[in-house]
Design a protein around this ligand. Structure first.
Ligand SMILES: [Fe+2]
Ligand SMILES: [Fe+2]
Length: 272
């Protein structure tokens, strides 16, 4: 009998010295017969991935059982680590914001659709590991499509997923920029799993303090505005900046790709 998990752990180490790619290699490369030896559930998942030959639409992606499984497992892993929600609700929020931003700025229907797909899928790589989940997510998406020929839409979505954590770089396209704005503005307190403030770390306390979050697109001024109401009895405005400075700067970069400036209002005061 093959020792497949051991084999793939070894190959993961071969690739990056840390073994982070092991699970991804397992998902992408393992022989179907070998999976059958290991686990029939894996086999079923593999078959379902491979039959994603229907049209690439947001509705098809949302309905796909394998994508649902990835989001569910991702969220379960984050729950175990004590992190905020990273499942379907976060995915839906991001896709909604990403799609609306492009819609209000006058981008075409298909670009809106692709931005929604990329935003919905952006965190699926966490099913492998939080480390480099942007890149593993992009590869998982390409494999999921089972492409037989060049497809620029697939690469547009994959590159948007793959760069969504590159906070020191500009997003590679309007689709990527819309994804970043959807993701990095999702500071809603609803994502927390507990109301017990005593159990929260500094990051989670800032999220707990964000009582209302609005993303507003003002096309006449070409401005994307993030407007937040913070409960200052939970955290100060300075705490918000301390924790979220990098993501705020990333929102600025993303807005620039959309030919917009980025504004930030906290409790109706303008900070950017
Ligand atoms: Fe992410
Ligand atoms: Fe995310």
């Amino acid at each position: 009998m093959y020792d497949i998990p051991h084999l793939f752990i070894c190959q993961g180490f071969f690739f990056n010295g840390k073994g982070d790619l092991s699970c991804l290699l397992f998902l992408l490369c393992v022989d179907i017969a070998a999976i059958e030896i290991l686990d029939r559930d894996c086999l079923e998942i593999w078959y379902n991935i491979k039959i994603m030959t229907t049209e690439l639409t947001f509705e098809n992606i949302k309905k796909n059982r394998e994508i649902q499984t990835y989001l569910e497992f991702t969220d379960r892993a984050f729950a175990l680590m004590g992190y905020k929600e990273h499942g379907r609700h976060h995915a839906l929020y991001c896709s909604d914001i990403a799609g609306q931003i492009l819609q209000y700025l006058g981008y075409g229907q298909r670009e809106q659709e692709l931005a929604k797909i990329a935003a919905y899928l952006h965190d699926i790589g966490n099913v492998v590991s939080k480390h480099d989940h942007d890149q593993s997510g992009a590869v998982m998406f390409l494999n999921f499509l089972n492409l037989t020929s060049y497809d620029d839409e697939a690469f547009a979505v994959a590159s948007a997923i793959g760069c969504h954590e590159d906070k020191n770089m500009d997003p590679v396209s309007p689709i990527a920029a819309a994804l970043v704005l959807g993701d990095k503005t999702d500071v809603r307190h609803e994502r927390l799993r507990t109301d017990d403030l005593r159990s929260l770390d500094k990051h989670s306390k800032v999220i707990a303090a964000c009582r209302k979050v609005d993303v507003i697109v003002d096309k006449s001024r070409m401005v994307i505005d993030l407007s937040i109401l913070i409960d200052t009895s939970i955290c100060s405005v300075m705490d918000y900046f301390e924790i979220f400075l990098a993501r705020t700067n990333y929102c600025r970069r993303a807005s620039r790709i959309l030919n917009c400036s980025f504004e930030l209002h906290i409790n109706e005061d303008k900070f950017l």
